[in-house]
Design a protein around this ligand. Structure first.
Ligand code: SF4
Length: 350
Protein backbone atom coordinates (compact mmCIF):
# COMPACT_ATOMS: atom_id res chain seq x y z
CA UNK A 1 0.00 0.00 0.00
CA UNK A 2 1.19 3.56 -0.71
CA UNK A 3 2.00 6.05 2.04
CA UNK A 4 -0.59 7.82 4.16
CA UNK A 5 -1.44 11.35 3.02
CA UNK A 6 -4.27 11.99 5.50
CA UNK A 7 -4.79 10.52 8.96
CA UNK A 8 -7.98 11.15 10.93
CA UNK A 9 -8.01 10.14 14.61
CA UNK A 10 -10.96 10.12 17.02
CA UNK A 11 -12.84 12.84 15.13
CA UNK A 12 -15.90 13.95 17.11
CA UNK A 13 -18.42 16.71 16.44
CA UNK A 14 -21.25 17.65 18.80
CA UNK A 15 -23.47 20.64 18.06
CA UNK A 16 -25.01 22.32 21.13
CA UNK A 17 -28.80 22.73 21.07
CA UNK A 18 -29.83 25.99 22.76
CA UNK A 19 -33.00 26.07 24.85
CA UNK A 20 -35.10 28.68 26.64
CA UNK A 21 -34.95 32.49 26.69
CA UNK A 22 -31.37 32.47 28.05
CA UNK A 23 -30.13 30.21 25.25
CA UNK A 24 -28.69 27.60 27.60
CA UNK A 25 -27.28 24.42 26.08
CA UNK A 26 -29.99 21.82 26.68
CA UNK A 27 -28.58 18.96 24.66
CA UNK A 28 -26.12 18.06 21.93
CA UNK A 29 -26.55 16.76 18.41
CA UNK A 30 -24.07 13.89 18.23
CA UNK A 31 -23.08 14.36 14.58
CA UNK A 32 -19.79 12.47 14.73
CA UNK A 33 -18.36 10.14 17.40
CA UNK A 34 -14.77 8.90 17.50
CA UNK A 35 -14.20 8.44 13.76
CA UNK A 36 -10.72 7.32 12.68
CA UNK A 37 -9.34 6.40 9.25
CA UNK A 38 -6.39 6.84 6.90
CA UNK A 39 -6.28 7.90 3.26
CA UNK A 40 -3.35 6.63 1.21
CA UNK A 41 -1.76 8.64 -1.56
CA UNK A 42 -3.58 8.19 -4.85
CA UNK A 43 -6.52 6.21 -3.40
CA UNK A 44 -10.24 6.90 -3.36
CA UNK A 45 -11.59 6.55 0.16
CA UNK A 46 -15.38 6.38 0.12
CA UNK A 47 -17.66 7.26 3.02
CA UNK A 48 -21.19 5.86 2.67
CA UNK A 49 -24.37 5.80 4.70
CA UNK A 50 -27.90 7.12 4.84
CA UNK A 51 -28.75 10.80 5.02
CA UNK A 52 -27.74 12.22 8.42
CA UNK A 53 -25.14 9.51 9.16
CA UNK A 54 -22.32 12.05 9.54
CA UNK A 55 -20.51 11.55 6.24
CA UNK A 56 -20.71 15.21 5.15
CA UNK A 57 -19.86 16.38 8.68
CA UNK A 58 -16.74 14.19 8.47
CA UNK A 59 -15.75 15.97 5.24
CA UNK A 60 -16.38 19.41 6.75
CA UNK A 61 -14.41 18.60 9.93
CA UNK A 62 -11.51 17.19 7.90
CA UNK A 63 -11.40 20.44 5.91
CA UNK A 64 -12.05 22.49 9.08
CA UNK A 65 -15.02 24.17 7.45
CA UNK A 66 -16.53 23.29 10.80
CA UNK A 67 -14.24 22.85 13.79
CA UNK A 68 -14.26 19.34 15.29
CA UNK A 69 -15.14 19.06 19.00
CA UNK A 70 -12.36 16.49 19.50
CA UNK A 71 -9.87 14.59 17.38
CA UNK A 72 -7.01 15.34 15.02
CA UNK A 73 -6.47 15.49 11.28
CA UNK A 74 -2.90 15.00 10.08
CA UNK A 75 -2.20 16.09 6.51
CA UNK A 76 1.14 15.12 5.00
CA UNK A 77 2.56 14.54 8.48
CA UNK A 78 1.43 17.97 9.76
CA UNK A 79 -1.24 18.42 12.47
CA UNK A 80 -3.84 20.25 10.35
CA UNK A 81 -6.24 20.70 13.29
CA UNK A 82 -3.83 22.92 15.26
CA UNK A 83 -2.84 25.26 12.41
CA UNK A 84 -3.79 28.92 12.48
CA UNK A 85 -3.46 32.04 10.30
CA UNK A 86 -1.06 31.85 7.37
CA UNK A 87 -0.03 28.28 8.20
CA UNK A 88 -3.67 27.17 7.91
CA UNK A 89 -4.14 29.10 4.63
CA UNK A 90 -1.00 27.44 3.21
CA UNK A 91 -2.05 23.95 4.32
CA UNK A 92 -5.56 24.47 2.94
CA UNK A 93 -4.06 24.67 -0.55
CA UNK A 94 -3.33 20.95 -0.22
CA UNK A 95 -6.93 19.98 0.50
CA UNK A 96 -9.95 21.12 -1.53
CA UNK A 97 -13.68 20.44 -1.78
CA UNK A 98 -15.95 19.60 -4.69
CA UNK A 99 -19.49 20.62 -3.74
CA UNK A 100 -22.61 18.55 -4.23
CA UNK A 101 -24.64 21.21 -5.99
CA UNK A 102 -23.07 22.66 -9.15
CA UNK A 103 -25.96 25.14 -9.38
CA UNK A 104 -25.50 26.99 -6.09
CA UNK A 105 -21.75 26.56 -5.57
CA UNK A 106 -20.69 28.89 -8.42
CA UNK A 107 -20.90 32.68 -8.19
CA UNK A 108 -23.38 33.72 -10.94
CA UNK A 109 -21.64 37.10 -11.34
CA UNK A 110 -18.19 35.68 -12.14
CA UNK A 111 -16.95 34.34 -15.47
CA UNK A 112 -15.70 30.76 -15.72
CA UNK A 113 -12.10 31.99 -15.94
CA UNK A 114 -12.44 34.08 -12.77
CA UNK A 115 -14.17 31.27 -10.86
CA UNK A 116 -11.38 28.83 -11.70
CA UNK A 117 -8.68 31.44 -11.02
CA UNK A 118 -10.12 32.54 -7.66
CA UNK A 119 -8.07 30.08 -5.52
CA UNK A 120 -4.79 31.01 -7.27
CA UNK A 121 -5.63 34.72 -6.99
CA UNK A 122 -6.20 34.34 -3.23
CA UNK A 123 -3.03 32.27 -2.80
CA UNK A 124 -1.02 34.64 -5.03
CA UNK A 125 0.50 31.64 -6.79
CA UNK A 126 1.39 33.34 -10.08
CA UNK A 127 3.22 36.64 -10.45
CA UNK A 128 1.97 37.63 -13.90
CA UNK A 129 -1.47 37.71 -15.48
CA UNK A 130 -0.17 35.64 -18.42
CA UNK A 131 0.97 32.82 -16.09
CA UNK A 132 -2.36 32.87 -14.25
CA UNK A 133 -4.37 32.75 -17.51
CA UNK A 134 -2.18 29.96 -18.88
CA UNK A 135 -2.88 27.87 -15.74
CA UNK A 136 -6.64 28.50 -16.09
CA UNK A 137 -6.56 27.35 -19.71
CA UNK A 138 -4.50 24.27 -18.78
CA UNK A 139 -7.06 23.24 -16.16
CA UNK A 140 -10.02 24.00 -18.45
CA UNK A 141 -8.54 21.61 -21.01
CA UNK A 142 -7.87 18.99 -18.35
CA UNK A 143 -11.53 18.94 -17.25
CA UNK A 144 -12.86 19.01 -20.83
CA UNK A 145 -14.12 22.61 -20.95
CA UNK A 146 -13.93 24.44 -24.28
CA UNK A 147 -11.62 27.48 -24.03
CA UNK A 148 -14.18 29.45 -26.05
CA UNK A 149 -16.37 29.41 -22.91
CA UNK A 150 -13.76 31.15 -20.78
CA UNK A 151 -15.68 34.40 -20.41
CA UNK A 152 -19.15 32.92 -20.08
CA UNK A 153 -21.20 32.82 -16.88
CA UNK A 154 -22.38 29.73 -14.91
CA UNK A 155 -26.04 30.05 -16.00
CA UNK A 156 -24.97 29.43 -19.61
CA UNK A 157 -23.83 25.87 -18.77
CA UNK A 158 -25.51 22.52 -18.19
CA UNK A 159 -25.30 20.76 -14.79
CA UNK A 160 -22.47 18.49 -15.94
CA UNK A 161 -20.45 21.40 -17.33
CA UNK A 162 -20.97 23.38 -14.13
CA UNK A 163 -19.65 20.48 -12.11
CA UNK A 164 -16.58 20.45 -14.41
CA UNK A 165 -16.07 24.13 -13.53
CA UNK A 166 -16.35 23.22 -9.82
CA UNK A 167 -13.82 20.41 -10.29
CA UNK A 168 -11.44 22.77 -12.16
CA UNK A 169 -11.66 25.27 -9.29
CA UNK A 170 -10.92 22.50 -6.78
CA UNK A 171 -7.79 21.20 -8.51
CA UNK A 172 -6.27 24.39 -9.95
CA UNK A 173 -3.93 24.73 -6.95
CA UNK A 174 -2.67 21.15 -7.38
CA UNK A 175 -4.09 19.84 -4.06
CA UNK A 176 -3.12 16.46 -2.63
CA UNK A 177 -6.53 15.56 -1.21
CA UNK A 178 -9.92 16.41 -2.70
CA UNK A 179 -13.08 15.90 -0.66
CA UNK A 180 -15.87 15.09 -3.13
CA UNK A 181 -19.18 15.62 -1.28
CA UNK A 182 -21.87 13.77 -3.29
CA UNK A 183 -20.34 15.22 -6.50
CA UNK A 184 -22.76 13.51 -8.90
CA UNK A 185 -25.97 13.15 -6.91
CA UNK A 186 -27.45 16.40 -8.31
CA UNK A 187 -26.74 15.35 -11.91
CA UNK A 188 -28.74 13.33 -14.44
CA UNK A 189 -27.77 9.65 -14.50
CA UNK A 190 -26.39 9.98 -18.06
CA UNK A 191 -24.05 12.78 -16.93
CA UNK A 192 -22.98 11.05 -13.69
CA UNK A 193 -20.84 8.47 -15.49
CA UNK A 194 -18.98 11.15 -17.45
CA UNK A 195 -18.14 13.13 -14.29
CA UNK A 196 -17.04 9.95 -12.47
CA UNK A 197 -14.79 9.03 -15.42
CA UNK A 198 -13.37 12.56 -15.40
CA UNK A 199 -12.56 12.30 -11.68
CA UNK A 200 -10.76 9.01 -12.33
CA UNK A 201 -8.76 10.51 -15.23
CA UNK A 202 -7.76 13.54 -13.14
CA UNK A 203 -6.72 11.27 -10.26
CA UNK A 204 -4.44 9.37 -12.61
CA UNK A 205 -3.02 12.52 -14.22
CA UNK A 206 -2.43 14.58 -11.08
CA UNK A 207 -1.96 11.86 -8.43
CA UNK A 208 -4.95 13.04 -6.40
CA UNK A 209 -6.33 11.31 -3.32
CA UNK A 210 -10.12 11.47 -2.94
CA UNK A 211 -12.44 11.30 0.02
CA UNK A 212 -15.60 10.37 -1.88
CA UNK A 213 -18.78 10.98 0.12
CA UNK A 214 -21.88 9.29 -1.28
CA UNK A 215 -25.13 7.55 -0.38
CA UNK A 216 -25.02 5.68 -3.70
CA UNK A 217 -23.33 2.30 -3.25
CA UNK A 218 -23.40 1.60 -6.99
CA UNK A 219 -21.23 4.67 -7.65
CA UNK A 220 -19.00 3.81 -4.68
CA UNK A 221 -18.53 0.27 -5.97
CA UNK A 222 -17.28 1.73 -9.25
CA UNK A 223 -14.89 4.43 -8.02
CA UNK A 224 -13.59 3.51 -4.55
CA UNK A 225 -10.54 1.63 -3.27
CA UNK A 226 -11.53 1.63 0.40
CA UNK A 227 -15.00 2.06 1.92
CA UNK A 228 -16.11 3.25 5.36
CA UNK A 229 -19.76 2.70 6.29
CA UNK A 230 -21.27 5.16 8.77
CA UNK A 231 -24.47 5.17 10.82
CA UNK A 232 -25.61 7.89 13.23
CA UNK A 233 -22.15 9.47 13.37
CA UNK A 234 -20.32 6.18 14.07
CA UNK A 235 -18.10 4.00 11.90
CA UNK A 236 -19.78 0.62 11.39
CA UNK A 237 -17.38 -1.06 8.98
CA UNK A 238 -14.18 -0.23 7.10
CA UNK A 239 -12.61 -2.42 4.42
CA UNK A 240 -11.26 -2.53 0.91
CA UNK A 241 -13.97 -2.22 -1.73
CA UNK A 242 -13.60 -5.87 -2.73
CA UNK A 243 -13.89 -7.09 0.86
CA UNK A 244 -16.84 -4.86 1.68
CA UNK A 245 -18.92 -5.78 -1.34
CA UNK A 246 -17.95 -9.47 -1.50
CA UNK A 247 -17.90 -10.19 2.22
CA UNK A 248 -19.87 -7.58 4.21
CA UNK A 249 -19.81 -8.31 7.95
CA UNK A 250 -21.85 -5.65 9.71
CA UNK A 251 -25.65 -6.12 9.73
CA UNK A 252 -26.08 -2.49 8.66
CA UNK A 253 -23.75 -2.86 5.66
CA UNK A 254 -25.62 -6.02 4.63
CA UNK A 255 -28.93 -4.20 4.84
CA UNK A 256 -27.57 -1.30 2.75
CA UNK A 257 -26.32 -3.69 0.07
CA UNK A 258 -29.62 -5.57 0.03
CA UNK A 259 -31.60 -2.52 -1.09
CA UNK A 260 -29.36 -1.77 -4.09
CA UNK A 261 -31.03 -3.43 -7.11
CA UNK A 262 -27.84 -4.09 -9.05
CA UNK A 263 -26.18 -5.69 -6.02
CA UNK A 264 -29.22 -7.30 -4.43
CA UNK A 265 -29.52 -10.12 -6.95
CA UNK A 266 -26.09 -11.38 -5.88
CA UNK A 267 -27.19 -11.58 -2.24
CA UNK A 268 -30.88 -12.34 -2.54
CA UNK A 269 -30.51 -15.56 -0.51
CA UNK A 270 -30.07 -13.88 2.85
CA UNK A 271 -31.69 -10.53 2.11
CA UNK A 272 -32.41 -8.35 5.17
CA UNK A 273 -34.51 -5.20 4.84
CA UNK A 274 -34.13 -2.55 7.51
CA UNK A 275 -37.19 -1.57 9.49
CA UNK A 276 -37.83 1.59 11.48
CA UNK A 277 -36.32 5.05 11.26
CA UNK A 278 -32.85 6.32 12.08
CA UNK A 279 -32.96 7.47 15.76
CA UNK A 280 -32.48 11.14 16.63
CA UNK A 281 -28.80 12.19 16.86
CA UNK A 282 -29.82 14.39 19.83
CA UNK A 283 -30.74 11.29 21.79
CA UNK A 284 -28.82 8.37 20.25
CA UNK A 285 -29.52 4.85 21.59
CA UNK A 286 -27.33 3.48 24.38
CA UNK A 287 -24.97 0.66 23.49
CA UNK A 288 -24.72 -0.06 19.79
CA UNK A 289 -26.41 2.88 18.00
CA UNK A 290 -27.79 0.43 15.43
CA UNK A 291 -29.44 -1.92 17.96
CA UNK A 292 -32.93 -0.41 17.56
CA UNK A 293 -33.01 -1.58 13.93
CA UNK A 294 -30.61 -4.51 13.90
CA UNK A 295 -32.11 -7.87 12.87
CA UNK A 296 -29.33 -9.64 14.80
CA UNK A 297 -29.56 -7.69 18.06
CA UNK A 298 -28.35 -9.44 21.24
CA UNK A 299 -28.82 -8.58 24.92
CA UNK A 300 -25.41 -6.90 25.17
CA UNK A 301 -26.13 -4.63 22.19
CA UNK A 302 -28.39 -2.26 24.11
CA UNK A 303 -26.01 -2.12 27.09
CA UNK A 304 -22.52 -1.64 25.70
CA UNK A 305 -21.16 -0.02 22.54
CA UNK A 306 -19.14 -2.46 20.43
CA UNK A 307 -15.47 -1.79 19.79
CA UNK A 308 -13.94 -1.90 16.35
CA UNK A 309 -12.69 -5.45 15.66
CA UNK A 310 -10.21 -6.28 12.89
CA UNK A 311 -11.99 -9.43 11.74
CA UNK A 312 -9.63 -10.15 8.85
CA UNK A 313 -6.49 -8.12 7.97
CA UNK A 314 -7.64 -4.63 6.95
CA UNK A 315 -11.34 -5.45 7.43
CA UNK A 316 -12.69 -3.73 10.56
CA UNK A 317 -16.19 -3.96 11.95
CA UNK A 318 -17.87 -2.44 15.04
CA UNK A 319 -20.25 -5.21 16.07
CA UNK A 320 -20.62 -7.52 19.10
CA UNK A 321 -21.11 -10.46 16.72
CA UNK A 322 -17.31 -10.43 16.38
CA UNK A 323 -16.62 -10.05 20.10
CA UNK A 324 -15.30 -13.44 21.22
CA UNK A 325 -15.35 -12.49 24.90
CA UNK A 326 -19.13 -12.29 25.33
CA UNK A 327 -20.90 -14.50 27.88
CA UNK A 328 -23.83 -16.73 26.89
CA UNK A 329 -26.14 -14.34 28.72
CA UNK A 330 -24.83 -11.33 26.81
CA UNK A 331 -25.48 -13.15 23.57
CA UNK A 332 -29.17 -13.56 24.38
CA UNK A 333 -31.71 -13.24 22.91
CA UNK A 334 -29.80 -14.32 19.90
CA UNK A 335 -31.24 -15.75 16.74
CA UNK A 336 -29.67 -19.06 15.81
CA UNK A 337 -28.99 -17.82 12.31
CA UNK A 338 -27.10 -14.76 13.60
CA UNK A 339 -24.91 -16.83 15.88
CA UNK A 340 -24.16 -19.32 13.13
CA UNK A 341 -23.23 -16.52 10.77
CA UNK A 342 -20.91 -14.81 13.28
CA UNK A 343 -19.20 -18.09 14.14
CA UNK A 344 -18.70 -18.88 10.46
CA UNK A 345 -17.13 -15.43 9.89
CA UNK A 346 -14.90 -15.83 12.96
CA UNK A 347 -13.70 -19.28 11.96
CA UNK A 348 -12.99 -17.95 8.46
CA UNK A 349 -10.90 -15.16 10.00
CA UNK A 350 -8.70 -17.59 11.95
FE1 SF4 B 1 -26.48 -5.56 15.67
FE2 SF4 B 1 -25.50 -5.87 18.10
FE3 SF4 B 1 -23.86 -5.87 16.01
FE4 SF4 B 1 -25.04 -3.61 16.83
S1 SF4 B 1 -23.56 -4.81 17.96
S2 SF4 B 1 -24.85 -4.35 14.75
S3 SF4 B 1 -27.03 -4.38 17.46
S4 SF4 B 1 -25.45 -7.39 16.47
Amino acid sequence: MTDVVLKVEHLTKRYPVKKGVFGRTGAYVHALEDVSFEVHRGETFAIVGESGCGKSTTGKCVLRLTEPTEGTVTLDGEDFTSLKGEDLTRARQKMKLIFQDPYSSLNPRMTVADIIAEPIDIAGTYKTRAERDARVEQIMKAVGLDLAYKYRYPHEFSGGQRQRIGIARAIVLKPEVVVCDEPVSALDVSVQAKVINLLEELQEEFGLSYIFISHDLSVVKHISDTVMVMYLGHTMELASKEELFDNPLHPYTKALLDVIPRIRHERIQDKKILEGDVPSPTNPPQGCVFHTRCPQCMRVCGERAPEMHEVTPGHRCACHLFDEGLSAEERQPVMAAALAEAEAALSGAQ
